[in-house]
Design a protein around this ligand. Structure first.
Ligand code: NDP
Length: 337
């Protein structure tokens, strides 16, 4: 079997030499374990955080360890009554072609309900993040205006579509004309903006004549600074991710924005609340499965996947995602599905 391990902690943008590829024999199964063959590996922005030693909500990957990540796998060996050879499961086996894990650390996926890859995207963690973060923290109300960036990605596209279903006016922000077109044509955003356009700030202002009631924060950086000025009294800001900053090695140039930021939280009575999706798993999973399952089945929520082939392609694809090179949910097809 083949693995991709963390070789060094990146400074700034991850380099090829921060990863190393190894091969090893597949271990023997103990009682209760299953042997998994990876079909799809999910690549997600949070993995950049795991490569750093900095304290976070989850432990870092140690140097020499296999890179972590969600996977969809086929069971190819089993010493557990829970799983049979041939089952398709959701697991967390990371960047490798095979893994041996306790069967109880896997969740069965029904391939008849939806394409199995969706368990890592619209019907999996990113879709759940959008659903729980928007509904629980964003508290969207019909007629309000929502803004979200990284809007062509799995989280942002789901946020925009759920908000539209709840009767909001939606403004999506993405990088480059191709993604911006997808925001209107595929995901039904009322307005689609390109954050790389030099006139972005003015366009945002024109796109939000009644201000912004929900800003679903995916990116931070200059986009956030622009949206922040448009927030209405009592606006809600679910802080989901700050991908513009994940490769940063120093504080941004310019004046300290914190006093103005705190001032507007106070004077406009904003609710700014960070979250890690796992905190909502117990409370929101049943509703998510019911609602998102139906929306996807009925075509009310659409999704796009960006699938690269072979574990060898993972490093370049991951690096590209942090620069916006992915178009939709980024997946590696590690083995035949
Ligand atoms: P995406 O597939 O959307 O990938 C990240 C996207 O971020 C890129 O494609 C790019 O899109 C955009 N981006 C990168 N750099 C910048 C920049 N400097 N300025 C503006 N946009 C930038 O990822 P996901 O949908 O998986 O994740 C979206 C966010 O949600 C991330 O911040 C992630 O960390 C967070 N997240 C948080 C979770 C939680 O529990 N809190 C769970 C899951 C995700 P573009 O080309 O459009 O700029």
């Amino acid at each position: 079997s083949t693995q991709i391990r963390l070789a060094a902690r990146p400074q700034g943008e991850p380099k090829d030499s921060d990863f190393e590829t190894t091969t090893q024999e597949v271990p023997e199964l103990a009682e209760g374990e299953v042997l998994l063959r990876t079909v799809y590996l999910s690549l997600d922005p949070y993995m950049r955080g795991r490569m750093s030693a900095a304290k976070s909500y989850a432990d870092p990957v140690e140097i020499g360890d296999v890179m972590v990540g969600g996977t969809v796998c086929e069971v190819v060996g089993s010493r557990s009554e829970r799983r049979a050879v041939g089952d398709v499961v959701l697991a967390y086996t990371g960047w490798q072609t095979h893994a041996v894990v306790p069967a109880r650390q896997t969740q069965r996926i029904d391939p008849d309900l939806a394409p199995i890859s969706t368990a890592l995207g619209v019907l999996g963690m990113p879709g759940f993040t959008a659903y729980a973060g928007l509904l629980e923290i964003g508290r969207p109300q019909p007629g309000e205006t929502l803004v979200v960036a990284a809007a062509a990605g799995p989280v942002g596209s789901a946020v925009g579509q759920i908000a539209r279903l709840k009767g909001l006016r939606t403004v999506g922000i993405a990088g480059g004309p191709e993604k911006v077109r997808a925001l209107s044509e595929t995901y039904g955003f009322d307005v689609a903006l390109d954050h790389r356009d030099p006139a972005f700030r003015e366009q945002l202002e024109a796109a939000t004549p009644d201000g912004v009631d929900v800003y679903f924060e995916n990116v931070g950086g200059p986009v956030a600074a622009a949206v922040w000025r448009r927030l209405n009294t009592y606006a809600r800001v679910p802080v989901c991710g700050l991908v513009a900053d994940y490769n940063a090695t120093a504080a941004p140039e310019g004046p300290d924005r914190l006093p103005a930021f705190m001032g507007s939280i106070l004077s406009r009575s904003l609710t700014v609340r960070g979250f890690i999706q796992s905190e909502f798993v117990e409370s929101h999973t049943a509703d998510f499965r019911r609602d998102m399952g139906a929306w996807v089945r009925d075509g009310d929520v659409r999704y796009v996947e960006d699938v690269v082939d072979g574990l060898d392609a993972a490093v370049a694809a991951f690096r590209g995602m942090l620069r916006g090179a992915n178009f939709g949910k980024l997946l590696v097809r590690v083995g035949e599905d």
